[in-house]
Write a protein that binds this ligand. Structure first.
Ligand SMILES: Nc1ncnc2c1ncn2[C@@H]1O[C@H](COP(=O)(O)OP(=O)(O)OP(=O)(O)O)[C@@H](O)[C@H]1O
Ligand SMILES: [Mg+2]
Length: 227
């Protein structure tokens, strides 16, 4: 579903990735770890093709960084759900309208929008907050709205960039549990984080970025393999 093949990426003259290779399969849950500034957010941007590699390629679903056109980007991004540390909700719209907006731009009929918004909000336990404005919600609730927004197009992959960074440990665990539940229904999740406490508790695939070069998969049972 997602492949990085011999990816080189630099910002101007600053190299971030050199010969980076990795793969994520349909339905996987993967943590992306590595120290601050190593390139986690950059890697996510290469997946939604906000950035393109200077050499090598990124392949996601039927889209390749080598051939993607600007007009294809909205179609690529409908297959991705993106969740950020700072939620990035539209502050001047209700929770309902934040979610409906994503579907309105695709020309989805109103009746179906209503059904999908309700379904997405019920996945995160927030149907009772439909008419509230984002600032009337707690940080954890706002992040749950952002997750509902991310799943509304039934994406293949959710990209979460430090989604628990602004939350207390208990709320962070709740957000992880929601993403695990969504993953158990078949949606792949790539969860970038510094929060090793969360990572340690959960037996799953971990991709570690090191020196902007090596990518390792570390399995809980201390197995280590190079991709
Ligand atoms: N737009 C940009 N222009 C130039 N350099 C950038 C840009 N964005 C990021 N960088 C640099 O690229 C490197 C990787 O940054 P990135 O944001 O991907 O790291 P990160 O692993 O997400 O860090 P953090 O854990 O702090 O979020 C850093 O050295 C950063 O300074
Ligand atoms: Mg980052």
């Amino acid at each position: 579903m997602l492949t990085f093949s011999h990816v080189d990426f630099k910002y101007y003259n600053q190299p971030v990735f050199t010969d980076l290779n990795l793969q994520i399969n349909e339905g996987e849950f993967v943590f992306l770890i590595g120290k601050s500034g190593i390139g986690k957010s950059t890697l996510l941007q290469l997946i939604y093709m906000n950035l393109l590699p200077q050499s090598g390629y990124v392949q996601f679903d039927k889209f390749s960084s080598e051939t993607i056109k600007t007009k294809d980007l909205p179609y690529l991004r409908r297959k991705l759900g993106i969740v950020f540390q700072d939620f990035q909700l539209l502050e001047d719209r209700t929770v309902y309208d934040n979610l409906a907006f994503v579907l309105q731009v695709t020309g989805c009929p109103r009746k179906i929008i209503k059904k999908k918004v309700y379904h997405a909000l019920s996945e995160v336990g927030l149907t009772h907050k439909q008419t509230n404005m984002p600032k009337e919600l707690s940080g954890g609730e706002q992040q749950r709205v952002a997750i509902a927004r991310a799943i509304i197009n039934e994406p293949l992959l959710i990209l979460a960039d430090e989604p628990t960074g602004n939350l207390d440990p208990e709320t962070a665990q709740e957000i992880l549990d929601i993403l695990k539940k969504i993953n158990s229904r078949g949606t792949a999740v790539l969860f970038a984080t510094h929060n090793y406490d969360l990572v340690r508790k959960f037996d799953t695939k971990i991709i570690k970025l090191e020196n902007g070069k090596a990518v390792k998969v570390i399995l809980k049972k201390k197995e280590e393999e190079k991709l």
